[in-house]
Structures are given as structure tokens and as C-alpha cells.
Write a protein that binds this ligand. Structure first.
Ligand code: HEM
Length: 516
């Protein structure tokens, strides 16, 4: 009798549960159907309760988005945890970021963004009048210490050449000691040293522990702020032990340490600055940003120095990793680069920025690395600043927007055989660089949020590539053939690879340059 009663209770509980789950799911499906059709919001895949589409985006969200764009069109909508996200692909990107620029220039109020420079970052802050002034000053200052004029270009070039010499020396030492070695960490320190020289007038040795600690944690940063990062869309993940919480805790502590490093540098500069001599970018920012501080009463120099120093490291060092990986993956292209550089630069000189127009294959190679790897596949997440429409769909204010740069770089209507690596595609029949076509590569974004370090980065990548081609030969470890696989984050990082480096000649020109 007791057993029968227990069984009956059990069956009743089960039935109630099934009814409740069915009812909730039906309600959810109904709301999903109505939200799209009645409000004319963009279409998109069905989103599960609580997690939305988080499980579908996988470890390469840009590929998932590109696939979804084929099904739903260039504007579609997904749900990530508690956030609805509009994903822009292909032609919709230019429409939104350029033609409707003010509407799509915001940044979402993500938890992680508040930890970057205590919420005062230009890159992670949303649009306000103050933000506009800070961005304008930052952009002008970056130019004034790098690509602004012939004099600043030369000074910036000097920093790069000195650092390439140090890097090459390390590469040769490591080849001698280990035969094949992983170059990643040296590329990170080398990149950080160039920006450290520009920002603070100081470079660090490769085994400086403090510097390594500050600059060597890019991976943890990019995992958290890249589009599709879970902590921002499921904030409850912060409150109990799990792998995402661990990544987020690391992210908070690295931002704190980075902030302290920058604050110390700015404080040192403030003590010794003389307005008649601008020693470096920090001095230049102190002089220009303090004009803004007078009206709002906050010190904007540390977050802006942090933006420039931080934004340059992970991006440029990742680009350099891909350049080296591709040089060893396609040795015939490395040879072609060497041949082109040798025709223009003799052994008694070093490649310089003036040589750039005479080295179209070098530039074509760099653009193809940027296009093919699309190593920033999605921009930093945007948000809408007003109720708006895009391609006929309604998008409300404050909606999170992902911009899929990858979809443009692999678009079959723009590129022939987009999945092949072929620098030649950027050369005209007369072997000059096809300026229209290179303009189609999208890696620095567009519009009001376009990267402020684009010119500086292109100059650095050009000098790095042409100096390496002129000075050395790089080969891969036959035991570890180079793979093009990567780890997803704000930047796509190639998986570890091994190289050996030998000089083509000797380092006398670099040494002579260094001693000047
Ligand atoms: C190859 C190197 C680089 C690439 C591919 C790159 C790409 C990008 C991308 C995709 C964005 C996001 C744009 C958006 O959200 O729509 C961005 C933003 C930004 N970048 Fe770069 N970047 C590079 C180097 C640099 C350097 C060297 C600096 C500093 C001098 C820099 C400073 C910034 C800043 C401050 C922002 C924020 C702009 C804003 O939010 O308005 N970047 N960059």
C-alpha cells in the first residue's frame, strides 16, 4: 500500500515537472518568435533558456557567425546568457560603422570593461563628450611620436631597428643553445620594448622579471575582453569556483598590476617633466591631456598611456608571431621577400621606411597576413547609442553589437580563393601594390572606433618584415611542422611553433646602427 502511494507521488511529481518544463519552453519559444517578428528585430538561431546560444558559438565564434550569416543574412541576432547580441557581417559592417557611425559607436557596459584602467579606458569606454576629447588628443599624440612627420618617423624607426637587433641576437643565441626554439615570448617583450621606448624612453632586458610580469599576460587579457567572453554575459559565473571565474580573477589582478606599473611611470614623469623638452609620449600626453583635466578634475594621463601601451602589445606581437609562422610555413615566399629586399637595399645599408614604395611584395605579404589570419576576427564589442535600424531591421539603444571582421576578409565576393594564402593577389600586373584592394582588408575596424594605432602598426610591421628578410633566414623544426591553428580571444594566437634562425651575412650593419 505504502509502495503504491509512493509510486503515485513519484509519477505525479514527474508529470508536473514535464508540464512545467513544456510550458516554460513553449513560453520561451513564443517570446523568441514574437520578439523577432513583431518588433522587426534581426532573425537568428533559436536561443536556449539561461545560456542562449553560448554553447553553439564554440571555440571559434567568428566561424560560427560567418556560417550563421550565410543562413540568416549579414545582420542576425543571438542571445548570449542574459544579453541579446546583434552580429554584423559583410556589407552590413560598413553600413553600420561608417554610414550610421554615431549609432553604432558605443561600448557595452560589460563588467570586464570596468576593470580596464578603472573604467577610464578610451578603448573600452562608451561615447561621451569627454571620451571624444580624450580620443582626439590620444590620436594626435600617437601620431606626433611616430608617423606624424619625417623627423618623428626617423625617431620611431630608430627604436624599431635597435629592438630588431636585440631580438635577432636573442634568436641567434636560442638557436645556438636549443637548435629550435619557440619565439613567442621574445616577440612580446620586443614589441613591448618598442612601445616602452616610445612611451617612457626606456627599454628593458629580456629577463627583467617585473617587465615580463607586466607584459607577459596578454593571453589572459584577450580571453576576457574578446567578443563572446562568458563572464560579461553570464555575470553569475563570478560568484562560485569555476574555470571562467579563475580567468576573470586573473584578469582583474593583471589589470591592477598593469595599472600600478603605468601609474608609477606617469608619476616619475610628472616629477621631472619640463614643458620645453618632450622626452617621450608620456610627456606629450601630460602636456596635452592636462588641458582636459582642468575642466573635469581627473587625471586622464595614466589610462591613456595604458591604452596606447596596452593596445599595441598584444596586437603587434600577435601580428609578428603570424608573420614568422607564415615565413617558415611558406619558405618560397620568404625567399621572394629576400630577393625583393636585396634588389632595393644593398649589404652596406638597412631597409628603411623610405624604401617602402619600392618594396610592394613586402607590403603585399603583410596585407595578406592580415587578411588571411584575420587575427582580430571580431572587433572589441560595440553597442548602439540610440534606437536605430540596420538593413531594414530594428535595433534598440544599448544593444550589444559584434563586428565580424573575419567575414569580410574571407568574403568570396571580394577575394578570389579567399582560403588560400597568396600575397600576389595584392599586386597589379606591373607588380605595384593594388591600393584599392588592400583597402578591402579589415583588421583595424572602421568609423568612429577605428584603431588609432593603424599607421604606427603598419610602419612597424613593414620595418620588422623587411629587416628580418634582409638580415636572416628563418626555418621551421622538421619535428614540429608549422600549423595554422590558433586559440581564440580578442586576438587569434597561433599555437606554439618552433624555429631556427641563421644570419644571411653578419650583423655589422645592425651593430653599427646600434652604436650611433
Ligand atoms: C597590428 C596592430 C593592430 C591592430 C590589428 C589593431 C586593431 C584594432 C581593432 C580591431 C580595434 C577595435 C576597433 C573597434 O572596436 O571597432 C582597435 C582599437 C584600438 N586600438 Fe588598435 N590595433 C593595432 C595596434 C594598435 C596600436 C599600436 C595602438 C596604439 C598606438 C592601438 C590603439 C588602439 C586604441 C586606443 C583603440 C581603441 C579605439 C576606440 O575604442 O575608439 N592599436 N585596434
Amino acid at each position: 500500500m505504502d509502495f503504491a502511494m509512493e509510486d503515485w507521488n513519484h509519477t505525479l511529481t514527474q508529470s508536473l515537472l514535464v508540464v512545467a518544463v513544456t510550458f516554460l519552453s513553449a513560453l520561451h519559444i513564443l517570446r523568441w518568435l514574437r520578439s523577432g517578428s513583431l518588433l522587426n528585430e534581426p532573425p537568428g538561431p533559436f536561443a536556449w533558456p539561461i545560456i542562449g546560444n553560448a554553447a553553439q558559438i564554440g571555440n571559434a565564434p567568428h566561424i560560427y557567425f560567418t556560417r550563421m550569416a550565410k543562413k540568416y543574412g549579414n545582420v542576425f541576432q543571438i542571445k548570449l546568457g542574459c544579453r541579446t547580441v546583434v552580429v554584423l557581417n559583410g556589407a552590413a559592417i560598413k553600413q553600420a560603422l561608417v554610414k550610421q557611425a554615431p549609432d553604432f559607436a558605443g561600448r557595452p557596459d560589460f563588467t570586464s570593461f570596468q576593470y580596464v584602467s578603472n573604467g577610464d579606458s578610451i578603448a573600452f569606454g562608451t561615447v561621451t563628450d569627454l571620451w571624444k576629447s580624450k580620443r582626439k588628443v590620444a590620436q594626435a599624440t600617437v601620431r606626433s611620436v611616430s608617423t606624424g612627420n619625417a623627423h618623428t618617423k626617423r625617431a620611431f624607426q630608430n627604436h624599431i631597428v635597435c629592438e630588431v637587433k636585440e631580438l635577432l641576437q636573442i634568436f641567434l643565441d636560442k638557436t645556438r643553445e636549443q637548435h629550435y626554439f619557440q619565439p613567442m615570448v621574445y616577440l612580446v617583450v620586443s614589441t613591448a620594448n618598442i612601445m616602452s621606448a616610445v612611451c617612457f624612453g626606456k627599454r628593458y632586458s629580456y629577463d627583467d622579471a617585473e617587465f615580463q610580469q607586466v607584459v607577459g599576460r596578454n593571453d589572459q587579457f584577450t580571453k576576457t575582453v574578446g567578443a563572446g567572453s562568458m563572464v560579461d554575459v553570464m555575470p553569475w559565473l563570478q560568484y562560485f569556483p569555476n574555470p571562467i571565474k579563475t580567468i576573470f580573477d586573473n584578469f582583474k589582478s593583471l589589470n591592477l598590476e598593469f595599472g600600478m606599473f603605468i601609474a608609477k611611470k606617469v608619476a616619475e614623469h610628472r616629477k621631472t617633466i619640463e614643458s620645453s623638452t618632450i622626452r617621450d609620449m608620456t610627456d606629450a600626453l601630460i602636456l596635452s591631456m592636462d588641458q582636459i583635466r582642468d575642466t573635469v578634475g581627473k587625471d586622464h594621463v595614466p589610462p591613456t598611456v595604458g591604452d596606447v601601451f596596452g593596445a599595441s602589445q598584444d596586437t603587434i606581437s600577435t601580428a609578428l608571431q603570424w608573420i614568422i609562422l607564415i615565413l617558415v610555413r611558406f619558405p618560397d615566399m620568404q625567399q621572394r621577400l629576400q630577393e625583393e629586399v636585396d634588389k632595393v637595399v644593398d649589404r652596406e645599408s638597412l631597409p628603411s621606411i623610405e624604401d617602402q614604395p619600392k618594396l610592394p611584395y613586402v607590403m603585399a605579404f603583410i596585407y595578406e597576413v592580415m587578411r588571411y589570419t584575420s587575427f582580430i576576427p571580431l572587433t572589441i564589442p560595440h553597442s548602439t547609442t540610440a534606437d536605430t535600424t540596420i538593413m531594414g531591421y530594428s535595433v534598440p539603444k544599448d544593444r550589444v553589437v559584434f563586428v565580424n571582421q573575419w567575414s569580410i576578409n574571407r568574403d568570396q565576393s571580394i577575394w578570389t580563393e579567399p582560403d588560400s594564402f597568396d600575397p600576389q593577389r595584392f599586386l597589379n600586373p606591373d607588380r605595384s601594390l593594388n591600393k584599392d584592394l588592400v583597402g578591402n582588408v579589415m583588421i583595424f575596424s572602421l568609423g568612429k572606433r577605428r584603431c588609432i594605432g593603424e599607421d604606427l602598426s603598419k610602419m612597424q610591421l613593414f620595418l620588422f618584415t623587411s629587416l628580418l628578410a634582409h638580415q636572416c633566414h628563418i626555418s621551421s623544426d622538421p619535428a614540429h611542422p608549422p600549423q595554422m591553428d590558433y586559440l581564440y580571444g580578442l586576438t587569434l594566437k597561433p599555437l606554439p611553433f618552433y624555429i631556427a634562425v641563421k644570419l644571411r651575412d653578419n650583423m655589422s650593419m645592425l651593430e653599427k646602427f646600434y652604436s650611433l
